[in-house]
Design a protein around this ligand. Structure first.
Ligand code: NDP
Length: 476
């Protein structure tokens, strides 16, 4: 047995990761349910490194050095369970199974527990960066037993993206934590894309810019604080011309966004944890609305009640949008990190937010200059109650706040939907409010359900006898 690692599931992601391992000098055992994929990979890229071709699971497992390390890159869900079962039956105590697919974190918790009981290590590893990242350096978020990371870490770190000499891979925490963190990463990606979409919508419909002009705006933004992979590719996408019509490609693509589900998972998990992730939720719902094509067709032409004209100063308004985008992005990340902190407490994971900011700086879709700032914020204060309270971000929002309000107000007056900009601002205003209307909510709940309330001036719980003499009694 000579292979350092095995990869099973050789579709786009698995093939590219296998090649990435091989290019870094590791001997890689290859396996796929249908042998055609294994042979296609070897035919096209067999010369890139040392591969071991295998056909059966037994042959595959037999080709691996101990403790065996197998990375599964198959379809999430039942196929993953089937492959785990086959592998586990052929493996020995101390061997490591890594699931690099987009598994639901609760599945990972279940699988880790069941394999631990059988003496095997199970590592749920979030892998971000799409096919390009898989080949050239992804961000990797492995969860699971700490001991297994000692054997596995160096291997994963060698193929991960590197930023300033630091690999974009670190042990995240126990069982489902790696996949949880990857899920929230995807949620933040949804929010970021929605915010960029809203900025584009405003530039197009409030200022009347064409795709090429908007591409220039994004190119400019990518030179500043907004510098990021998503802003960079937005400019490239907007510059793409459709060969069939000669029009900008973006103008001939159907405006109905699809989703594979990780954004929805993030919001569901956030609802269970009671954490407001308004930016991510608005992004998921905005995609759903865009996809409601029947309703949309029927609603075109409904009253708009446009209350304003286009902004007179296009340059100023473009600057406003840039600042609104930045501030809303801070909120989306703050909410995502809140969700991670809440899960860390709920599942006893002991997660380190600064580490996440560090490994998200490269390889993944949300990589951005901005993440250095987030890393700094948590390096300075690991207990930061909210990213928004970090002095750097406080100041950034202070500089952006007027622009942010102008953008949301203008969009509302023009009838341009900006759900993520608006809800991020509302979240910020809610967070900083000295007194929220929640006192009224509590009183109403006490009125109809005797749910009790606390007072600002005395400890304890109280109830008002609403249907009696309306006196207040102690409810402790
Ligand atoms: P797919 O999700 O399309 O899965 C195809 C692979 O799964 C094939 O190798 C296929 O084998 C195998 N497979 C499917 N069902 C079974 C089964 N019952 N038993 C054994 N093998 C099975 O491949 P991708 O490369 O797109 O993605 C792999 C994983 O990575 C997925 O979990 C996906 O969610 C995740 N992913 C992550 C991305 C990222 O950016 N991080 C991007 C894309 C995907 P066969 O050839 O025999 O059909």
């Amino acid at each position: 047995a000579r292979a350092h690692i095995g990869v099973t599931g050789l579709a786009v992601m698995g093939s590219n990761i296998a090649r990435n391992f091989a290019r870094h000098g590791h001997t890689v055992a290859l396996h796929n349910r249908s042998i055609a994929k294994t042979d296609a990979l070897l035919a096209a890229h067999g010369d890139e490194g040392d591969f071991v071709r295998t056909e059966t699971i037994e042959e595959f497992v037999g080709a691996l050095q101990r403790p065996r390390r197998v990375l599964i890159m198959v379809k999430a869900g039942e196929p993953t369970d089937a492959v785990i079962e086959e592998l586990a039956a052929a493996m020995d105590e101390g061997d490591i199974i890594i699931d690099g697919g987009n598994a639901l974190f609760t599945d990972t918790i279940r699988r880790e527990k069941s394999l631990r009981e059988r003496g095997l290590h199970f590592v749920g590893a979030g892998i971000s960066g799409g096919e390009e990242g898989a080949l050239n350096g992804p961000a990797i978020m492995p969860g699971g037993p700490k001991e297994s990371y000692e054997v596995l870490g160096p291997l994963l770190e060698s193929i991960a993206a590197q930023v300033d000499g630091t690999p974009c891979c670190t042990h995240i925490g126990p069982d489902g934590s790696g996949h949880f963190v990857k899920m929230v990463h995807n949620g933040i990606e949804y929010a970021d894309m929605q915010l960029i979409g809203e900025a584009y919508h405003l530039l197009r419909d409030a200022l009347g810019f064409d795709a090429e002009q908007i591409a220039d705006v994004f190119t400019g933004w990518n030179q500043g604080e907004l510098e990021s992979y998503l802003v960079e590719i937005t400019a490239e996408v907007l510059n793409q011309v459709d060969a069939k019509t000669g029009k900008p490609l973006v103008d001939v693509i159907l405006d109905a966004a699809e989703q594979k589900g990780t954004g929805r998972w993030t919001v569901k998990a956030a609802l269970d944890l009671g954490v407001p992730v308004t930016g991510i939720a608005e992004a998921v719902f905005a995609r759903a609305l865009s996809g409601s094509r029947g309703q949309r067709r029927a609603a075109v032409g409904l009253a708009s009640g446009r209350l304003a004209d286009k902004p007179a100063d296009a340059e100023q308004f473009t600057k406003d949008i840039e600042r609104a985008l930045y501030a809303s992005k801070v909120v989306a990340y703050a909410q995502g990190f809140d969700q991670i902190a809440a899960a860390s407490t709920e599942y006893d994971w002991n997660l380190r937010p600064g580490d996440l900011a560090t490994i998200w700086r490269g390889g993944c879709i949300i990589r951005a200059r901005f993440l250095n700032r987030i890393k700094d914020a948590y390096d300075t204060n690991a207990q930061l109650p909210s990213l928004i309270l970090d002095p750097f971000f406080q100041e950034a929002i202070e500089n952006a706040i007027d622009s942010w309000r102008r953008v949301v107000a203008t969009a509302v007056q023009l009838g341009i939907p900006v759900p993520a900009f608006a809800s991020s601002l509302a979240y910020y205003d809610g967070l900083r409010a000295e007194r929220l209307p929640a006192a009224l909510t509590q009183a109403q709940r006490d009125y109809f359900g005797a749910h009790t309330y606390e007072r600002i001036d005395m400890p304890g719980k109280y109830h008002t006898l609403w249907s009696g003499d309306r006196s207040e009694i102690s409810a402790d």
